[in-house]
Ligand binder design. Structure first.
Ligand code: ATR
Length: 267
């Protein structure tokens, strides 16, 4: 039996085990996906132990996405983003990747968004915004980063090619000429609120949210009302898992089965 898992602490209720195990069933794999919650000081030992035990791959979540940077060989994108959410243990040495970023890009391209040349507005300047901004820049988009704390947006914009930093007050003007808007903050999860004024949305936009609980965020409801196309938070979650599974197994992921399981859990 092959073992995969998620490293975090605390993990809380994760959708990854059911999503990945749905894929294993579909692929006829004898495999399990397990939650591991090591203490921070045991993280290195946990990784070495995982390798020694023949565990094939690990996802990494809060608070370890940065901590593991020094413990694995980084691929170029994960190195530039400065965060790892997927570790591949199938080779000689553990390698670290960022499938959050890849997942965000695939969620967009899968919804017919042509990222190359797109004018994108990313709301937020934390870890999620950083991953998304880098991958969109790589794919040829021009990026405006808008954040509550303007200085954080400006700082991130110095690291991301073809990007500028803004406060949230600039959103109405930025969205007049944008193709894509992505909420990369947690706003909408706890309260029924949106980080973007409804009046700034328009029908030329594709609006993506990384919040998946609830799926129907205030932002996405406002976007629909404005006639914009919408991409809910389950898509990025799905495609980061798809990218991790494909890296670990070398097989095409059964995207439909994973999506169905995910949406059943979120319903
Ligand atoms: P993560 O790594 O998950 O992206 P983070 O680093 O804590 O999390 O970043 C959270 C993001 O959500 C930040 O951009 C934060 O804005 P600040 O930099 O100004 O803190 C943003 N955010 C959180 N709560 C917000 C709110 N109520 N309104 C607007 N932005 C908010």
């Amino acid at each position: 039996m092959d073992v995969y898992g998620l490293l975090g602490n605390p993990v809380g209720h994760s959708l990854s085990p059911s999503m990945h195990e749905a894929a294993y069933r579909e692929l006829g794999m004898d495999a399990r996906y397990v939650i591991f919650e090591p203490e921070a000081e045991s993280l290195r030992a946990a990784l070495q132990g995982a390798s020694a035990l023949g565990i094939k791959g690990l996802n990494v979540t809060i608070p370890f996405k940065q901590e593991v940077l020094t413990m694995v060989e980084l691929d170029e994108l994960a190195d530039r983003i400065g965060a790892v959410n997927t570790i591949d243990l199938t080779g000689d040495r553990p390698t670290g990747h960022n499938t959050d970023a890849v997942g965000a890009r695939r969620a967009l391209t899968d919804h017919a968004v042509d990222v190359d040349g797109a004018r994108a507005v990313v709301v937020g300047a934390g870890g999620a915004a950083r991953a998304i901004a880098f991958v969109l820049a790589d794919a040829g988009a021009t990026i405006h980063i808008a954040n509550r704390t303007k200085e954080r947006a400006e700082e991130l914009a110095t690291a991301v090619p073809k990007s500028t930093g803004h406060g949230l007050g600039d959103l109405p003007e930025l969205l007049e000429n944008a193709d894509v808007l992505i909420n990369a903050t947690s706003v909408g999860m706890e309260e029924d609120e949106s980080p973007v004024p409804a009046g700034a949305l328009n029908r030329h936009l594709t609006v993506m949210d990384i919040v998946y609980r609830p799926l129907e965020t205030r932002l996405l409801r406002d976007a629909e009302e404005a006639g914009a196309a919408t991409i809910d938070g389950a898509w990025m979650l799905l495609y980061q898992g798809v990218a991790a599974l494909e890296r670990w197994t070398g097989q095409d992921a059964p995207v439909e089965a994973m999506n169905e399981t995910l949406r059943a859990e979120l319903a």
